[in-house]
Structure formats: C-alpha cells, structure tokens
Design a protein around this ligand. Sequence first.
Ligand SMILES: Cc1ncc(COP(=O)(O)O)c(C=O)c1O
Length: 429
Amino acid sequence: MLHTGGVFVTILDTVDIRPGELTEAAIAIDDRYAAHNYSPLPVVAATAEGVWITDVEGRRYLDCLAAYSAVNFGHRHPQITATAHAQLDAVTLVSRAFHSDRLGPFCAALSALCGKDMVLPMNSGAEAVESGLKVARKWGTDVKGVPAGESNVVVAHNNFHGRTTTIISFSDDETARRGFGPYTPGFRAVPFGDAAALADAIDENTVAVLLEPIQGEAGIIVPPDDYLARVRALCTERNVLMIADEIQSGLARTGRTFACDHWGVVPDIYLLGKALGGGVVPLSAVVADRDVLGVLHPGEHGSTFGGNPLAAAIGTTVVEMLQTGEFQSRSAELGERLHQRLRALIGHGVLAVRGMGLWAGVDIDPTIGTGKQVSLRLAALGVLVKDTHGSTLRFAPPIVITAEEIDWAVDQFATVLTDALASPTIANA
Ligand SMILES: Cc1ncc(COP(=O)(O)O)c(C=O)c1O
C-alpha cells in the first residue's frame, strides 16, 4: 500500500495494467531515448479512429482525454484526413518568404469565425500565448503610450498557458518553475474569479489581462457567472486588452465555439491552438482586430512553419466544420449526459464534478486513491483519462463520442469506484 501525501489509500495502488512484451519494448525505448519530461500511463498507441485507440497489443481504449482537446473532432476525422492527403500532394511548406494559396483563405475563415479582422498563425499553444503577449506589449508601447519596457500584464493564479520560459515566469506551478530562472518580469497574478482583485491590480502601465475563461489544467474551474463580463468591462474602461486563452476551452469543447460565448463576452484577442490543427498538425493562432494585430511589422515576429500550407488547409477544414454548429450542439447535449452521469457518483467516491459541455473535472475522494491510481485502473478497464492536481480526473472525450459510449465509460468509472470503496482502507502506516 502507498502513503500518498498523508492519505492512506485502498487497493487501487496495487492495480496495474499488465504490460505485454510489445508494450514493454516500446516503453523501454522511450525511456532510454526520449527526455523524461512526462509521466505517461503505460499504454502504447498503435492506431486510432474516432474515439477509440488501439494499443500495440491490440487492446482497445475509449479515449476520454482527446489529447487535451487537440482531438476534439476524433482521431483521423475523414474530412480532415482527406484535406491533409490532398494538401500533401500539392505543397506543404514554403515558409513565409513566399505566399501560399492556402494561408489567406485560412485566415479569412478563422477571422470570420472569431468575428475579428486578422490572424497571426503559429504552431504550438505556448507560441500563441507568447505571440499574444508580444502583441499586447507592442500595442502598449505603440498605441497606449506605455513607456518602453515598463508594461505589465495581469494573469490569474493557478493559470496554465504552456511551459516556455516567459510563461512559467507567471505560473504558480513550482514543478514547472523550479530551476528555470531567471524569470521574465512584467506579470502580476490575482485570484481567478475575483474581479475586484483584478481591478486593483490594473494600473496605467497594464497592457493586458490574460485569462483562461475556464481554467483547464487547474481542474476545469468555471468562474463565477458575472466574472468574465466584469473583466470585459474593466478592460474596456481601463484601456487594457482582454486576452482569452481558448487553446483548450475553445473550438466546441464546452458546447459553444468559445467558452467566452457562454457569458456573451468577446475578448480583444483570442488565443487558439490544439483542435485548430484537427489533431493532425500543430496549428495555433492569435486572432484580433486590425488596431491590435496591426502593430506587428515585417521582422518583428515570425515562425518558419507558422501558417504553412498543410496546416492552413487543415485549419480551414476545421473552421468549416465548426461553422455548421454541429460539434458545438453535440458537445452541449452529450455534455449534459456526461455531467448528469458523473454527478450521480458524488458521495460514491466522487467529491465534486465541474465543467461545461464534454469537459468535466472530477474530484476523487482522496481516501480511495490518487487520480493517477484511478486512471491506471480505468485504463485496465479500457478507458483513458488523465489526472491533474493529484486527485482530479479530467474527462474530455472527442466530441464524436456517442451517448452509449459515454454511458459505458462512466459505468467503468463507477466500477472502479465501487471496487475501491469495497476494499478496506488502511488506517495506519
Ligand atoms: C489553456 C492552455 N494554453 C496553452 C497551452 C499550451 O499549449 P501547447 O502544449 O500546445 O504549447 C495549453 C496546453 O495544455 C493550455 O491548456
């Protein structure tokens, strides 16, 4: 039995997925040659389709993580792979040294989806965040008139915006920060959900407020109902850019195109990533009006792969798929079912369920085990989820999941909880 941070746990810690030979060999080569900056579950994916992943042993798993929402449309959605195949046969990369016939249509489509004027295409989510911060600082100097080098950006405690040097500079996560200093200055953090604290933190040199509308990695934390509207009003009153990091919460995950839509809030800058690349390529974007993105001039920012024809073609298809509203409605309807089924487990090993649409953070009773232990047990029953913050599990399946598959996944989860609760708790060391 394990002693996990002062809590004695039940038998879950003894349960493991029995790795087969192929799994062991694949993990061994990863361990030997890939940097150890992740601690994955011992599942080795070989193929995937829709919501299902098949491992190297031929075992099937229902993917309830969807690559942290990068696979919102399911693995290898036929419309997206068709675009990718066609573009692979045309042109994939020219860098921004030349134009391509795919970039303009992608930027036009994404601008329209966001109701904004322009797009700055990048690759990873963290790059979109970095780029958004650069744009805000430049806007501060060129437009707002903040003295060069003196601007600040207000962020929320417990944020997660990626892991580059600047981004970890304003993170509360000591694991992500420790040993990586010196840190980038110019950030101040206030409690998420506290509009009064935000108002106090803004001064004449504040150029932006950067927030996840719903905090994902923090455990799917939904803010108080009036919060985002108050942030919007404050940013307008104080001439500060509101930047919404919708990299995980956006593109239909919560049942609307953007999480901000639930509160009728339109930020000055959207940061998008993950699902924008259709689960096929890294594609991220900063989307804003001309008076904001127009501050960038040639040479001030760039990326060799940003907006490449392959990514732009796929991104255009993703935007077309979102324009129908089908994925948003599906996430809203099936999300209701997911939340209802998960809430029924409160008091039976679950302490709380949060979230919106097909995005649920589930707090496990720590006396039955850690989130990682429950994830391992669930994987053994064919359901893939990931823990965050020790005892929270995140359920975020691809939006193509069916009602029956949701029921099946929650049934497996209920079985894990029932087994754990039926086992005697170890009361002492
Ligand atoms: C809200 C948010 N912003 C930014 C990122 C960073 O994205 P990436 O891992 O693609 O750099 C993430 C990743 O989980 C995220 O959830």
